[in-house]
Write a protein that binds this ligand. Structure first.
Ligand code: ADP
Length: 315
């Protein structure tokens, strides 16, 4: 049998339409003089780009619309070293968009129109079974239908492919699925939703412990500027974040997930991968936007050379 190799990422692609405004409009109000930008986002695409820029061998599976965004995204993914074999195009359907208003005081409000992402269903997933069998890791999030995520997890588990799940946006998960996960990477909101515990009442270590008892081999609870907490049967560790000037934390978690999975395929050392991901995510928060902020391998290696603070703390 061939040795398993690389990462299959299955997930969403969105175009973020961002208007910076003086204040968020009230119902019925129009706010003029907005500063408008677009950037590519969507948790699946962010994580695929993060993994590819970290040097991972990435197959990205996503469902684009048959509009101008979809047409522009295909060469863009190719330019980012992502194979176009499983970039599906849904007829008569728009590409997913997130309409984001950001006020001068930093407040935002967001409407997501998932478009083609909602139609990444089992008819397409069956076409990627061979790619999943050959991959070392399958990396998933929750911006495509739940039933698709569930069938992907079942298939990968039977094929002996390790599953990394970032259960975002937060939603409760079937216990049967949790037992099949190798690595569950989640932020505080997602950890509260799945564990049923509240961080205001419990230490992060208690939440991570509870999540670990629900079945995944390893839990990585990310804590924003406070870093991350790792819990597995052999390790309990806090990993401090690097201190940087944060400009925009969009895609911090996605950069962390993609970079970590790519680094695992290179070194197979979890602590080394967490350290690499922590550096990549720190760099991502120093720049605006989702995918424009995701660093490449050279940037992360340079950062690690010049930021040799010991970041790992044993509990
Ligand atoms: P999410 O974006 O999914 O909510 P987090 O906010 O927990 O995820 O961030 C993921 C990781 O990104 C953190 O574990 C940390 O390593 C890094 N990170 C996030 N915010 C900052 C920050 N302000 N400064 C440095 N690193 C950060």
């Amino acid at each position: 049998m061939n040795k398993k190799h690389g990462i299959v990422v299955v997930g969403s692609t969105n175009v973020d339409l961002v208007a910076r405004v003086a204040h968020l409009p009230l119902p019925g109000e129009t706010v003029g003089n907005a500063d408008y930008t677009t950037a590519y986002g969507g948790k699946g695409a962010n994580q695929a780009i993060a993994a590819a820029r970290a040097g991972g061998d990435v197959v990205f599976v996503t469902n684009l619309g048959d509009d101008s965004y979809g047409s522009a995204l295909i060469p863009y993914f190719r330019d980012n070293a992502i194979s176009s074999e499983f970039l599906f195009v849904e007829q008569n359907t728009p590409t997913g968009v997130a309409i984001i208003l950001v006020a001068d005081n930093g407040e935002n409000c967001i409407a997501v129109a998932p478009g083609a992402n909602q139609m990444l269903a089992n008819d397409k997933i069956e076409r990627i079974h061979a790619a999943i069998e050959q991959a070392e890791y399958l990396l998933l999030q929750m911006e495509i239908p739940y039933t698709s995520v569930a069938s992907l997890i079942d298939y990968a588990y039977r094929a002996g492919t390790r599953i990394v799940l970032n259960p975002a946006p937060a939603m409760p998960l079937d216990p049967e699925l949790l037992r099949k996960i190798s690595l569950l990477i989640l932020n505080e909101t997602e950890a509260e939703t799945i564990s049923g515990l509240r961080l205001a009442e419990h230490d992060p270590a208690i939440l991570a412990e509870q999540l670990h008892e629900m079945g995944p081999e390893t839990i990585i609870l990310t804590l924003g500027a406070s870093g991350a907490y790792i819990c597995s049967s052999t390790t309990r560790r806090s990993v401090l974040a690097f201190r940087v000037k944060a400009v925009d934390t969009t895609a911090a978690g996605d950069t962390f997930c993609g970079a970590l999975t790519a680094q695992l395929t290179r070194t197979r050392d979890l602590l080394d991968a967490v350290k690499y991901a922590t550096a990549a995510a720190a760099l991502a928060v120093t720049k605006l936007g989702a995918q424009p902020s995701i660093p490449d391998r050279q940037m992360v290696e340079q950062f690690l050379e010049t930021h040799c603070v010991p970041i790992l703390e044993t509990i």
